[in-house]
Write a protein that binds this ligand. Structure first.
Ligand code: SAM
Length: 455
């Protein structure tokens, strides 16, 4: 690996006698790990990621694209070190919480956190870059948790929700030193100047979002880089300039996690020669300064709507008495009723990309069910005719090819693969129209001959 000379000099100073082992680890292959969606899947028999209840290592990288259960949101392919944020959340977050994942695309940490939250808690998953916000929304939809809103806003805009959030995750854009092994591009973009620019940008992001955290609320700051400027120095800056204390997270010695480079600042570091994963840094902070709380809310349009949801559509959702149903033009959404006021507030202040369960669209006398409903953990499968398909047909479905379903009635049919919902078709007799979202379809022309099974 052709590392920048300045990076070598600086990192040798940090690591001292560990440099040789570190440099050697950078030459080895990246471990492959997945995290299962425990609302959809049970435990697996693969080796565990020690700091995550649902993380597993795979022996090699399979072709995830051709596993229908990957598209069904049964698991997420996530680098193992970053799963450590689970410990911070488990050890400190409690009860019903409002959580913001500020820099969330493509969705690794959001899908992890929402799995740890109870159903009365709300996750706002935000991404500032629009194209990335769409990818985030796709991954959140596949994960299927109804208590989630995806937004596309600059941190300064969300910062106006004064004192609103109990827990904020800032997985900051950084110089990416911890990704050198996985991503050649990160090496090309690295420079001492860029480290400085990243540090300044991180401070801007943190200052902008800080007012949205309530007093005593928690902020988890993380990066995938090694230098102290973007890590310990920023944690110190948060404590001194914004008003916070850094909190210890319990770890086990056998996990191989390294301590902070500053004795006075509790923080957690992952190095590839010590832990099975990529480079990662995180610190948990509790806000100590007080802020004025003010939430301006526009009139609640959803609840005032005169539109009436087609009666059978409520049946599409399990425990539908726990949901409120609201339209946007002809498209209907379901959202947990206990979080509805929160949703109204967020919609009045932020640019929302997706929310809760998108049920589908009314077209004349027809109601076209949406993919979000098929993949939601709130789906009532009994409300639909289901048809179990094999792997070949599931891949054809995910490529958005028309299908032929033998012996099935006409109308909307929920397809399942290994008993897991993958999406809807409209069976019109001689063929079934494929309702899989065009922008999600498998584009690769490659066709493996054997079934890809990971879980
Ligand atoms: N948390 C994500 C996950 O686990 O999948 C990875 C996030 S990545 C490290 C950082 C994200 O910050 C990127 O999606 C990037 O687009 C976003 N970003 C870039 N500039 C930003 C800014 N000025 N404010 C907020 N987010 C920004």
């Amino acid at each position: 690996m052709n590392l920048p000379t300045d990076f070598i000099t600086r990192t040798k100073l940090l690591l001292g006698g560990e440099w040789e082992a570190f440099a050697e680890a950078l030459e080895s292959a990246s471990p492959v790990s997945i995290r299962i969606n425990d609302s959809k899947e049970g435990k697996l028999s693969y080796p565990k990621v020690p700091w995550s209840d649902s993380g597993y290592y795979l022996a090699q990288r399979p072709q995830f694209t051709f596993d229908p259960l990957f598209h069904a949101g049964c698991y997420y392919v996530q680098e193992a070190s970053s799963m450590f944020i689970e410990q911070a959340f488990r050890q400190y977050a409690d009860g019903d919480v409002r959580v913001l994942d500020l820099c969330a695309a493509p969705g690794g940490k959001s899908t992890l956190i929402v799995g740890l939250m109870n159903g009365n808690s709300l996750l706002v998953s935000n991404e500032v870059i629009r194209s990335r916000a769409n990818i985030l929304s796709e991954n959140i939809t596949k994960w299927g948790k109804p208590n989630t809103v995806v937004t596309n806003n600059d941190p300064s805009r969300i910062g106006k929700l004064h004192g609103y959030f109990d827990f904020i995750l800032v997985d900051a854009p950084c110089s990416g030193e911890g990704m050198f092994r996985k991503d050649e591009g990160a090496i090309q973009e690295w420079s001492v100047d860029n480290v400085r620019l990243c540090k300044e940008r991180q401070q801007r992001i943190l200052a902008d979002i800080w007012p949205a955290l309530k007093t005593d609320g928690l902020l988890l700051y993380s990066t995938c880089t090694y230098n102290t400027e973007e890590n310990e120095e920023n944690v110190q800056w948060i404590c001194e300039e914004l008003g916070a204390e850094a909190l210890p997270i319990e770890t086990k010695a056998e996990w191989g996690i390294s301590p902070s480079f500053r004795e006075d600042i509790p923080a957690y570091r992952f190095f590839p020669h010590k832990t099975k994963g990529e480079g990662f840094f995180c610190a948990l902070l509790r806000k100590t300064n007080t802020e004025e709380v003010s939430h301006k809310r526009k009139k609640d349009k959803g609840r005032m709507s005169k539109n009436i949801i087609p009666v059978e559509c409520k049946m599409y959702v399990k425990d539908n008495e726990l949901f409120t149903f609201c339209p946007k033009n002809d498209v209907w959404f379901a959202f947990p009723i206990r979080l509805y006021d929160d949703l109204s507030l967020i919609k009045s202040q932020l640019n929302v990309i997706s929310e809760g369960i998108c049920l589908g669209e009314v077209k004349g006398k027809d109601f076209i069910p949406n993919q979000s409903l098929a993949l939601s953990t709130g789906l009532n499968t009994e409300a639909f005719t289901t048809c179990e398909i094999d792997w070949k047909m599931a891949v054809a479905y995910l490529r958005k090819e028309p299908l032929f379903l033998e012996g099935q009635p006409k109308g909307y049919i929920l397809l399942t693969y290994r008993r897991m919902p993958v999406g809807f078709v409209k069976n019109i007799g001689n063929r079934a129209n494929n309702l899989y979202p065009q922008e999600w379809r498998i584009r690769s022309a490659f066709a493996p001959t054997e079934e890809v099974r990971i879980i």
